[in-house]
Design a protein around this ligand. Sequence first.
Ligand code: AMP
Length: 394
Amino acid sequence: MGIRSIKELDLKSKKVLIRVDFNVPLDEEGAITDDSRIRGALPTIQYAMDQGGKVVLMSHLGRPKGKVVKSMSLLPVARQLSELLGASVNMAPDCVGDQVKKIVDNLSSGEVILLENLRFHIGEEKNDPGFAKELSELGECYVNDAFATAHRAHASNVGICDYIKDTAAGFLMLREVEYINKALKDPKRPYAAVIGGAKVSGKLEVLENLIEKVDKVIIGGGMAFTFIKALGQNIGKSLVEDDLVDTARAVMEKARSRGVKLYLPVDCVCAPDPKSGRDAVTVTIQEIPAGLMGLDIGPASAALFSEALDDCSMIVWNGPMGVFEQEPFSQGTMDITRKIANSKALTIVGGGDTDAALHKSSLVEKVDFVSTAGGAFLEMLGGAELPGVKSLER
Ligand code: AMP
């Protein structure tokens, strides 16, 4: 069993129903503030058009929870897509129903239509078979290019595959699966995982799974303090998950017993809280003052982590090293971003905040692969089988 590529489908004159992820951020006026998700789907859309397909696009936007919410209409996306494709993209009034069916039946080869927000219908998130069947009637073949939703079993990415025989993955989906599989199954050694972010709880599966595959684990961000506490050190007011201190100890023991080198910060930038940057001080990890919290790795940690990454041939990175959104706590994340981006290793990066840090550094082009997904990237790295990928297997 495997997943077919869109290239293996005969699209000529067929209604090609494509699940894309157009869940773009909008400002208060409803303008798109970042269109990278639309750009990410362009190769698949353009290919389907070039092959003479009648292209029917569907996506969700925001969380309307089964109700029509005007501010969550995909209309601004249709306009932006039209501009990016240099071709007109019509907007359907809904994503199911007789009227939509009629519009889709009247499409010509190479034409594109965008259906209205899938989540205006409660059946989408409930993976309702009736809703999935209705969607399926809009395509003679189905392509899923929305990797970012693959960790959810919804009607448009899972249920629908019960009703359409010809299914395939789009180029974006294929690339995501290919690179995450490299991280899981095709290590280039030495291989390092760099894991940061706020909490251990969100990254536990990833840590536990990757420790079985990598040679080095580097832990930064707020989650590092649970590990530092597990070593018996004082962490002041730093973020900690007390219920996971034992788990952190077990992770360190697992790393030790497998010969995996585990790196924790040796210094940090502390302040009373993230808003009090003016009062920030850099201290060793052994000397965090009682009333302060660690909000970034310090320069000694950045140098240590960089040195550990020097000889690596493969690096997977998720999660910032500190509260990088707030000065003066971005330096550690920026140092590690530069190190990873300029590394000769195969670099695989994912997660919303990590992606934001990369964009902030303007080094995104230098990384081999940046996932468009947060949850799906983490779940797959954590060893889970994603329903939105599995449903494409034939
Ligand atoms: P995550 O979504 O788990 O990757 O966490 C990302 C968030 O972690 C970002 O918003 C950071 O501001 C936050 N973060 C990183 N380091 C720390 C820290 N030392 N203390 C508190 N929050 C942190």
